[in-house]
Ligand binder design. Structure first.
Ligand SMILES: Cc1cc2nc3c(=O)[nH]c(=O)nc-3n(C[C@H](O)[C@H](O)[C@H](O)COP(=O)(O)O)c2cc1C
Length: 126
């Protein structure tokens, strides 16, 4: 995995992998986080609407020089977040988005993920 390679975490180093996962809950040192909720009564279609919204937000952040990381892991403690922020129970936490000015000197900044070829994702019909 690109992040593990960039940060020197070995494939079989369970403790380092666990520590890397726990970095999610330090927001990877980002100063800000946005948490995205939707009413529990909503379904997959609305969840995909939220996804498109967040994607657009990430593009806008990038266009302004900011970095961001979508984090499904932040939904793991949604109960605590709801309690602390006074968010009603009928709102479901989909994920969080940590963001801030990127730190180009951090080892994780060197991580590069692959992109699938368009031909792997799209089928064209005449
Ligand atoms: C909806 C969604 C949830 C994600 N959740 C996490 C997460 O909880 N923790 C994490 O480290 N990366 C998570 N990722 C992956 C990162 O946000 C990011 O996509 C990855 O580091 C690759 O970055 P890149 O797409 O800019 O190459 C998630 C991505 C998406 C789209």
């Amino acid at each position: 995995m690109a992040l593990f390679t960039a940060t020197g975490v070995g494939r079989h180093d369970a403790a380092a992998r666990q520590a890397s996962f726990l970095r999610n809950f330090e927001l990877f040192d980002a100063p800000h986080v946005a948490l995205f909720f939707m009413p529990r009564s909503f379904g997959m279609r609305e969840a995909s609407d939220v996804g498109m919204y967040v994607q657009t937000l990430m593009l806008a952040l990038t266009a302004n020089g900011l970095g961001s990381c979508a984090q499904g892991a932040l939904g793991h403690f949604a109960g605590t977040v709801r309690r602390v922020l006074g968010i009603p129970d009928d709102l479901l936490c989909l994920y969080g988005l940590s963001f801030g000015w990127p730190d180009p000197g951090h080892p994780s900044a060197a991580a590069r993920t692959d992109r699938a070829a368009a031909s792997d994702l799209v089928t064209f019909h005449a």
